[in-house]
Design a protein around this ligand. Structure first.
Ligand code: SF4
Ligand code: SF4
Length: 439
């Protein structure tokens, strides 16, 4: 397509901090060793949709090139999966770069009115609001459980509904009661108390993965944790950061830091790899904000993914058998964002009755990537099809993973291309094992 410059936002005064920093760009030596780790490059084979190509374009923009439609498309098509970061021998922090590039696009360009209104509602209003999330889940529950969904799906209407139709096909079931009922409560350790931990419920996970969150609490209790679910926590801001909306992300981060950092917790835990990756990098948001620089660094040090935490303590061995052959799909933000790969495998292998089988290319993205599977549905589905080809080579009846977004995506993959595999979070398998223990 022709290169056209996007309209400049009328109030454009992007802080210099919210754009790719030269010191980060300079680390790339353009060797190309990251190309094969990049899902979009593997599908398209186009340099500008590779990590090296995207970094090259960021450099051009920092040297004065306009933010064009083409630039926006190449940045939008990146999954921010950070597979390239793991592959890079030069230590390029690609996650920082792509988030900063998107922030610069957000600050310096004007999106169409409807897009702006929708983004403002979803990111600014819906995700941080318990009331609205519960209301949306109630509407979704009615739609899914009173026969309306079946009628709509059978009518073929979804194919004509664009992005909304794609979102519908990927929508997880609404779960009642929601996990918000646990907010403000403390769940005692079973047996001797070994740790005092705080748990973050997420945003959408509170209404769509409420049972998973409850399973997480139970597993922690079984492992001697007194689990606090602080009432004044909020959405972590990961989806905002991926979309370049850093002002809102900083606001949410300050709320979480103030709610949790002085609570005397041994760890602040999440079962969602996407959230964990952002929470561990809160300090990156406050490099230039002295009031929160130290507090955010202290907060980030306390954050642990649930797999990482459980694999790092002496695990309660009182589990019953879960007879299943399990393979594991790495969640990008756990494997590449947090560099946690061994922990979930160690936990799965610790469950009696589980036969663990490694999947080829397990650490290549499944195409979920936050809301990427909705807004870049075509590419996401191509990546998912390749993922399912790999999953189907393994004689496993369970695909385990460590992120709610990956669970939604893999369930769609099983429905379209799978062999009837069950998709489960690692913690759900542990919870089943503890519940199966007969003493
Ligand atoms: S990001 Fe790393 S691996 Fe990729 S081209 Fe640059 S230096 Fe090489
Ligand atoms: S983050 Fe993922 S999709 Fe984006 S350039 Fe890196 S490997 Fe490719």
């Amino acid at each position: 397509m022709a290169v056209s410059e996007l309209p400049i936002h009328p109030s454009s005064k992007a802080a210099d901090i919210d754009k790719p920093q030269q010191k980060d760009l300079d680390r790339c030596v353009h060797c190309g060793l990251c190309l094969n780790a990049c899902p979009t490059y593997r599908v398209l084979g186009i340099e500008m949709d590779s990590p090296r190509g995207r970094i090259y374009q960021m450099v051009q923009v920092q040297q004065g090139a306009p933010i064009s439609e083409a630039y926006l498309e190449h940045m939008d098509l990146c999954l921010a999966c950070r597979g390239c970061e793991t592959a890079c021998p030069s230590g390029v922090q690609y996650g920082r770069l792509i988030e900063a590039a998107r922030a610069e696009i957000e600050n310096k360009t004007e999106r169409p009115l409807l897009t702006r209104a929708l983004r403002s509602f979803v990111f600014g209003t819906l995700l941080p609001s318990r009331g609205l999330l519960k209301a949306a889940a109630a509407g979704l529950w009615v739609y899914q459980n009173l026969g309306i969904q079946k009628l709509v799906r059978a009518s073929g209407l979804l194919n004509a509904m664009g992005t909304l139709g794609k979102a519908e096909k990927l929508s997880p079931p609404a779960e009642f009661p929601t996990f918000f009922r646990a907010y403000g409560k403390v769940f005692p350790a079973e047996g001797q108390k070994r740790y005092k931990v705080a748990m973050l419920g997420g945003c959408i996970a509170n209404v769509s993965f409420a049972r998973l969150n409850e399973a997480t609490v139970r597993v922690l209790q079984k492992n001697g944790c007194e689990v606090h679910v602080p009432d004044n926590q909020t959405c972590c801001g990961a989806l905002h950061l991926h979309a370049g909306i850093r002002t809102d992300a900083r606001r949410l981060a300050r709320t979480n830091i103030d709610a949790l950092v002085d609570g005397g917790y041994d760890a602040i835990l999440t079962n969602s790899a996407g959230c964990g990756s952002t929470l561990k990098e809160y300090h990156d948001l406050f490099e230039h904000e002295p009031a929160y620089a130290d507090r955010s660094a202290k907060f980030s040090k306390l954050v642990k993914d649930i797999n990482e935490f459980l694999a790092g303590i002496e695990l309660n061995p009182n589990m019953g058998p879960v007879n299943a052959t399990v393979t594991y799909q790495d969640s990008c933000h756990l494997a590449h964002g947090q560099k946690v790969k061994a922990a979930p495998r160690k936990l799965l292998r610790a469950v009696p009755g589980v036969t663990f089988k490694e999947m080829p290319l397990a650490d290549v993205c499944c195409g979920s990537a936050g809301i990427y599977n909705v807004v870049n549905n075509e590419m996401s589905m191509q990546i998912l099809e390749r993922k399912m080809e790999m999953a189907n080579t393994v004689p496993a009846n369970v695909i385990a993973t460590a992120n709610t977004g990956c669970m939604i995506q893999l369930r769609a993959g099983v429905a379209q291309h799978g062999k009837g595999q069950r998709v489960a979070h690692v913690v759900e398998i542990l919870d089943e094992a503890y519940r199966a223990y007969k003493g």
